[in-house]
Design a protein around this ligand. Structure first.
Ligand code: SF4
Length: 446
């Protein structure tokens, strides 16, 4: 079969909130597409069109697709790009057109499926796509059409391990164009945060050796010195993260890594090991300092003590702790937002992120805002939340205030990191010293 995989972020780089310096524009390596390409390429003729990295217009992408004349077309989409993807695939003469959507909460976007023959759902969409390509017209775990009606086939039972996703074929991608590299060591999350599209999706690990093979290829063949794990939370399973760290340490791999994690899923011994394996940054979703908002509304189920301890342990072992806060959650108000800012100040994290809630369709929080007609547009984000106490302008102003208060503190905390022998050693050993120094300099002059 001839297959085209399209990265859908058309004419738009991924924008990342650089903690206290606004948005930076980056081209991210699409690791999900990479893993899918690895699965399909052995038995098929596969090409990748990364419209984001190559800065291609939708029209140009259509031209490339037409020229290749594929049997199967797969778009790597998000809820922000699904409309453009739909335009790209519209009227194309392919036998099968699939929407590859990395998140779980796809059902709420059903009205946008009309130009796609198949929309896999669940954690193992790659397997569903593989079955479709092999000729199964009604595989488990997907939406498809029957007599003009959209039907949902029965869910796929999660595998115990994702051993079918082998090494990413990096040679198929324009590797020189990416600013940031992602690697996936597991999929899904069993926790229940009400704003999160991954909530209650289960958890499946990849084979640790294959993951570290990818790190090794990135380091040795493409001189990548820093990667981010794409896992929703890196330390959901203690044995998995320990194995991952041990494998990196055993291979003496000189690569630094970042990841998201939960404050209740780490301990001092684990952070020590993570640090030894090259971890330089762990980000904790705190979301709100107010216990009721954090644990009753968001259902984060983490205590303040766990958060404080996690930040302390990271600092002690040369890992930069980052905390994420969300403004505008249900019941949030000026007082609770000031508590958020104060907590971040007191913990002294060198990096942090204050975001305005951007409810994702299909999540519990989205329904909350939607029922109350409290969704609105802000900047380039199609949906943003507000609540009874705070309108969107007030939220924007609180966000600005948070950064203006925290920016000087962040500089002080960043400079303090220079005293951290473990961190400096790690950066120098892994050839990241100059990069980090440049970042610090950028902070000082911005
Ligand atoms: S926010 Fe993190 S812990 Fe909560 S459900 Fe999502 S991935 Fe899991």
């Amino acid at each position: 079969m001839k297959i085209v995989l399209v990265n859908s972020f058309v004419n738009r780089f991924t924008e990342r909130d650089d903690c206290c310096h606004g948005f930076v524009r980056e081209k991210h390596f699409p690791c999900n597409l990479g893993l899918l390409a690895g699965l399909l390429k052995e038995e098929n003729d596969v090409i990748i069109v990364d419209g984001n990295a190559l800065e291609l217009s939708a029209e140009k992408i259509r031209e490339i697709i037409k020229e290749f004349n594929p049997d199967v077309l797969i778009t790597n989409s998000t809820f922000e790009t699904i409309e453009v993807d739909s335009e790209i695939v519209s009227g194309l003469d392919c036998k099968k057109i699939c929407l590859f959507y990395p998140y779980i909460s796809i059902s709420s976007l059903k009205e946008k499926f009309k130009n796609f023959d198949y929309v896999p759902y669940g954690l193992e969409k790659e397997l569903t796509i593989q079955e479709i390509i092999k000729g199964n017209d009604k595989p488990k775990g997907c939406y498809t059409w029957e007599d003009g009606n959209l039907v949902k086939t029965s869910p796929r039972k999660n595998s115990r391990i994702i051993d079918y996703l082998q090494k990413t074929p990096y040679e198929m991608f324009p590797m020189k164009l990416y600013d940031r590299f992602f690697v996936r060591s597991s999929s899904g999350c069993p926790f229940s945060c009400t704003f999160c599209e991954m909530a209650r999706s289960g958890w499946i690990p990849r084979d640790v050796k294959t993951v570290v093979d990818e790190l090794e290829i990135l380091r040795k063949m493409y001189n990548v010195r820093e990667v981010t794990f794409y896992d929703p939370e890196i330390s959901i399973n203690q044995a998995h993260i320990e194995d991952l760290c041990n494998e990196i340490i055993d291979r003496k791999l000189k690569i630094c890594w970042h990841a998201n994690t939960r404050a209740d899923r780490i301990n001092e011994e684990l952070v020590r090991k993570m640090s030894m394996s090259g971890c330089i940054r762990l980000a904790f979703g705190v979301e709100a300092w107010d216990d009721f908002i954090r644990n009753e509304i968001v259902k984060k189920m983490i205590t303040r003590d766990q958060i404080i301890k996690a930040v302390e342990v990271c600092k002690k072992h040369g890992v930069i702790p980052v905390v994420y806060m969300i403004f505008g959650l249900p019941m949030d108000n000026g007082v609770s937002i000031m508590e958020d800012i104060k907590a971040v100040w007191e913990m002294g994290t060198p990096q942090f992120s204050f975001n305005i809630i951007s409810p994702i369709p299909g999540t519990e929080i989205f329904d909350w805002y939607s029922r109350r007609r409290m969704l609105c547009n802000y900047s380039d984000k199609p949906v943003c939340g507000r609540n009874e106490d705070l309108d969107i302008n007030e939220l924007v102003n609180y966000r600005k205030l948070a950064y203006s208060i925290m920016k000087p503190k962040s500089l002080v905390e960043s400079l303090m990191l220079l005293k951290n022998v473990k961190l400096i050693n790690k950066l120098l050993t892994n050839d990241l010293g100059i990069t980090m120094f440049k970042r610090l300099l950028r902070r000082l002059v911005s």
